[in-house]
Design a protein. Structure first.
Length: 473
């Protein structure tokens, strides 16, 4: 008897899965712990170019967050992609204990730039991911001071590894993971729109800074032995512009005053530039706006334009030279991977050949002027501010102050629905939500964004805002 012929069934991966099929697989097999389901129906994107993402239907989404400020130089940047392809063909892998040319040249370029900027010799140390670089900086601090306690800001965000969570202000990142005995002492950030001391910016006389300085007046405030000037705290971790905290821009004179206090008591300043570095604010490092020289800088993200990510720390020579911080002080298998260093080296070359120091402030000023015009028309826009192309929109109730998270969430959902019509065709808008009350949009567009694209972003946002107001009211 002849055997029955088996029916060949194509495996799911042999054909293009539908959106619904993919989402069912995602719901069943993907951990939500490594991603964030902020909206009920997450998007599946297919390709990208410049300032835009495209979904499986070809809908164009203007991206105003660019991978959390990692893709500063635009999606699919040909110059950086080509550098990566050349490296893949030549030396795609190498254990980090060995050397390759791109690593050396990249470190030299960054260190030389820091030396010109801060007039201080230093060295560059590689890792993978911002939180890992924060961890490395903590080792540097402890190695130099023998102390493990640090100051950090309320509203600050430094990552979600255990060490980085200890200096990140949000308790929810620590809540499930036991007691953090070396948790940072969190100090109020100069968030002038929502001053924690209920002061007014024009008349406060830097009250928040004076309150910090007060900690050092007597040993009974718990941080210092006045007789020896020995402080229990080793460093202060700062963000020149708060990232996840809502792109809060401090008064220009704040950090110079803070640094003077820290220097007086031998406390190091560690500058977290992971989101704000590489001309996001109009300068290579955001701290340059405030005319202070940090002891350590932590950076990453845009260093490779989001490709084969690497992160870095730059530190003063006395902290990081091989005599005090020798081989094996930290380790990560992929820390200075050749693909990442090749992309990073091309980014540095691109920066040196560009005029971002002029272009970014100009574009930022135009974008901010459009946001302020929008603010005048809608009482629900309580605050807009920015530095370069790091911009914020804080959504409120009609009183212009009470946080309005529901409105913020709905605008985000409408943007991601891909059903906006501004500009004459169906489009979407990618926005990132941050802020102390999750009611602020943090805008980090491509540094190559055009005025036409800025205008489109304003139109799309206003359309989403109007639709959300009609639904919620």
């Amino acid at each position: 008897m002849a055997q029955k012929q088996k029916t060949l069934v194509r495996k799911p991966e042999e054909r293009e899965a539908s959106q619904d099929e993919l989402m069912k697989l995602e719901e069943k097999y993907c951990s939500w712990g490594d991603t964030v389901h902020y909206v009920p129906k997450p998007n599946i994107f297919e390709h990208c170019k410049g300032s835009f993402l495209y979904d499986r239907n070809g809908t164009e989404f203007l991206d105003l967050q660019m991978l959390y400020s990692a893709v500063n130089f635009g999606y699919n940047n040909k110059r950086i992609i080509d550098a990566l392809r050349r490296q893949i063909d030549r030396l795609p892998h190498l254990a980090c204990q060995y050397l390759h040319e791109e690593k050396i040249r990249l470190a030299a370029r960054i260190a030389q730039r820091a030396e010109r900027t801060f007039e201080e010799k230093g060295r560059v140390h590689f890792n993978v991911g911002g939180a890992s670089a924060i961890e490395d900086s903590m080792k540097l601090v402890r190695n130099h001071t023998g102390k493990n306690l640090v100051f950090a800001f309320m509203g600050g965000y430094h990552g979600r590894t255990l060490g980085a969570s200890a200096i990140t202000s949000s308790y929810r990142y620590r809540e499930k993971f036991g007691h953090f005995g070396d948790r940072a002492l969190f100090v109020p950030y100069p968030y002038c729109f929502r001053c924690p001391y209920e002061k007014k910016k024009d008349s406060c006389g830097m009250y928040c800074l004076k309150q910090f300085e007060k900690l050092f007046e007597t040993e009974y405030y718990g941080v210092i032995n006045n007789k020896t000037n020995n402080c229990e705290f080793a460093a202060f971790y700062v963000e020149p512009v708060q990232g996840t905290g809502g792109y809060v821009v401090p008064p220009r004179e704040y950090f110079s005053g803070l640094k003077e206090i820290l220097d007086r008591h031998n406390i190091m300043m560690v500058d977290d530039e992971i989101q704000m570095g590489f001309f996001r604010t109009g300068k290579f490092w955001a701290i340059e706006h405030f005319e202070v020289s940090p002891d350590i800088i932590v950076f990453g993200k845009a260093l490779t334009n989001g490709l084969n990510p690497i992160s870095c720390i730059w530190a003063r020579e006395k902290l990081i030279n091989p005599k005090v911080f020798g081989p094996g002080s930290t380790h990560s298998t992929f820390s200075s991977n050749p693909q990442g260093t090749a992309a990073g080296l091309e980014v540095m070359k691109l920066i040196e050949e560009s005029n971002f120091a002029v272009d970014v402030p100009k574009k930022g000023a135009y974008f901010l002027s459009r946001l302020k015009a929008l603010q005048k028309r809608y009482s629900q826009i309580g605050d807009v501010d920015g530095l370069g192309l790091a911009l914020r929109i804080e959504l409120c109730q009609k009183d212009g102050f009470t946080p309005n998270k529901a409105l913020t969430d709905r605008i985000e959902e409408i943007g991601l629905s891909g059903t906006l019509t501004a500009g004459g065709k169906k489009r979407g808008l990618v926005l990132d939500v941050g802020g102390y009350y999750k009611n602020a949009f943090t805008l980090a567009p491509s540094l190559y964004i055009t005025e036409k694209e800025i205008d489109l972003g304003i139109d799309l946002f206003e359309e989403a805002l109007n639709r959300a107001l009609k639904e919620i009211s």
